[in-house]
Design a protein around this ligand. Structure first.
Ligand code: TRP
Length: 337
């Protein structure tokens, strides 16, 4: 089947990916590869927005993300995995796009505001680059003229800005870009083992690269139903971290319903339940661990995959830029005949 539409999505290389990333996004990406030409961006420029002091680790983190992608089944024969900063055409596009967005519009972006709050960056410290990274993200997406962008809820404000940029470019300079749509995953982000948002900084994540010992330890620490004191008390399955994970990873949905019934009736204890989760997660993670080992022992292959992926994305970005320059009259055919 001819894959005519392009997809672009990706991550900031700030650390390893966890099971929340898998359920919320990676699983979906693996499926989409057959239907669409997929570009997965490792957005290293974006790390500079709030991890300016961590640039020394950037190269290691890029490798980690690439290995995470490959281990879960992103297939480099079908999809391109690429490094944002190695594509100067994206930066150039961002330059043109920056003229199409007003500063107050960027200041209203709720995700930028939230990230400023979390990183404790006040209005006076806000860098130009941080404020304008949604423009650079629009350039990521439009560089391959993607029409679909699988993302989480938090990225919707950036999608709105991207659409506005595509529309105003088209209006000013003629139809050049598709107006891309966000594709929300039907699985909301999983909570961390403490019930808070799963994140690296909160140390509450189960990583795709965790060993079976790590998984067992973390699951044993996980929150369940705080109101339940004895194993024979009726338990709540909603808002229960262990059941959120089982919902995402337990294969037999009928059995899972029975398990929930048992829990609600106080017929299964937390420890027994957690053992089921440990086994479930390890069954899911074991093949990923095996694949990871193969990739980790072959750094040359990772390098090649990133090189080829970047070349493929760059080819697309060059083409886009030439359309853009033609549309804008920035091709200087009158000077350079
Ligand atoms: N902002 C995204 C994140 O924080 C990463 C990203 C960069 C991205 N460029 C993108 C996502 C383009 C989708 C499309 O995870």
């Amino acid at each position: 089947m001819e894959r005519t539409k392009n997809i672009l999505t990706g991550d900031r290389p700030t650390g390893s990916l966890h099971i929340g990333h898998y359920a919320g996004s990676l699983e979906n990406r693996v499926k989409l590869q057959d239907e669409y030409k997929c570009f997965f961006i490792i957005a290293d420029f974006q790390v500079l927005t709030d991890h300016l002091s961590e640039t020394k680790r950037i190269s290691e983190n890029i490798k980690e993300i690439a290995i995470d992608y490959l281990s879960v089944g992103i297939n480099p024969q079908k999809s391109s995995i690429f490094i944002q900063s190695l594509i100067p055409e994206i930066t150039e596009l961002a330059m043109y796009f920056s003229m199409l967005v007003s500063v107050p519009r960027l200041q209203r972006n709720p995700t930028v505001k939230e990230e400023m709050r979390v990183a404790k960056i006040g209005k006076k410290e806000l860098s130009l680059g941080f404020l304008s990274y949604p423009v650079s993200q629009a350039a990521d997406i439009l560089s391959v003229r993607a029409s679909l962008v699988p993302v989480g809820q938090d990225q919707l404000p950036h999608m709105e800005q991207t659409k506005e940029i595509a529309r105003s470019f088209n209006r000013f300079f003629g139809e050049t870009f598709p107006v891309p749509e966000a594709l929300l995953s039907n699985f909301p982000r999983l909570p961390g083992i403490d019930g808070q948002k799963m994140s690296k900084s909160r140390k509450n994540a189960i990583y795709l690269k965790d060993s079976s010992v790590d998984v067992a330890r973390k699951v044993m620490q996980s929150y369940t139903d705080p109101l339940r004191i004895h194993a024979t008390d009726p338990g709540h399955t909603r808002g229960n971290v262990v059941f959120s994970y089982l919902d995402a990873f337990y294969q037999d949905k009928k059995e899972l319903r029975e398990l929930k019934n048992k829990y609600r009736k106080g017929k299964i204890g937390d420890v027994a339940l957690k053992k089921i989760l440990i086994e479930t997660l390890n069954i899911f993670l074991e093949p990923i661990r095996q694949k990871r080992k193969e990739f980790e022992s072959n750094p040359k292959l990772i390098k090649e995959i990133l090189e080829i992926g970047t070349e493929e994305a760059r080819k697309e970005a060059k083409q886009t830029l030439s359309f853009v320059k033609d549309a804008m009259g920035f091709n200087f055919t009158r000077i350079f005949k």
